[in-house]
Design a protein around this ligand. Structure first.
Ligand code: 5GP
Length: 163
């Protein structure tokens, strides 16, 4: 039996529709989606279409260096988003998973004081997360294999000629 939670692209499509439905059924209509790079970018882009929201921002945060291997704290990476660009908007912060929850917390704090309201949406939430996402598709305590980050990056094939 696998000890991993496996998300396929097909299941991802279903998950995004169901997550979007949770948001649409709520009292929160976001003006802006803020995807946390890199893991939150694919979910944020798909959610933006599902919610028909054209304002999509990104913020880069680095925390994990491998399976369950982390830096001490999550850190924002340049180029830095100017929080005034989110001025008084209703912002939906999107990530792939709230594991420790520290990344979501960092971005939530960053939004604080600048936006009218910030809520959070994730595909997965782990039980020990310090932040409870406003919208979560599934809950698991296992390590998740996401379809965009499980395989090794592609490399140039030998014998391919320069254009
Ligand atoms: P957190 O700050 O909540 O601990 O984790 C934030 C980021 O770490 C996630 O957005 C994701 O990129 C990465 N991460 C945490 N848990 C997992 C996991 O189970 N699987 C994968 N692939 N990435 C994870």
């Amino acid at each position: 039996m696998t000890t991993r939670e496996i998300l396929t692209y097909e299941l991802f499509g279903q998950g995004i529709r169901e997550l979007a439905q949770q948001v649409a059924d709520s009292d929160f209509e976001p003006d802006i989606l803020l995807g946390i790079a890199r893991g939150g970018l694919v979910p944020a882009g798909a959610l933006a279409y599902a919610l028909d929201c054209k304002n999509l921002f990104t913020i880069s945060v680095e925390f994990y260096t491998g399976v369950d291997a982390r830096l001490d704290v999550p850190v924002m990476l340049p180029p830095f988003l100017d929080a005034r660009d989110l001025d008084q908007a209703k912002v939906l912060v999107v990530d792939d998973v709230a594991d420790t929850g520290k990344t979501l917390e960092l971005v939530n704090d960053f939004c604080g004081g600048h936006v009218a309201e910030a809520r959070t949406a994730v595909l997965y939430e782990k039980p020990h997360s310090i932040i409870k996402a406003d919208f979560a598709w599934r809950r698991t305590d296992r390590w998740i294999n996401f379809p965009w980050s499980t395989e090794e990056p592609v490399v140039r094939r030998s014998g391919v000629r320069d254009a």
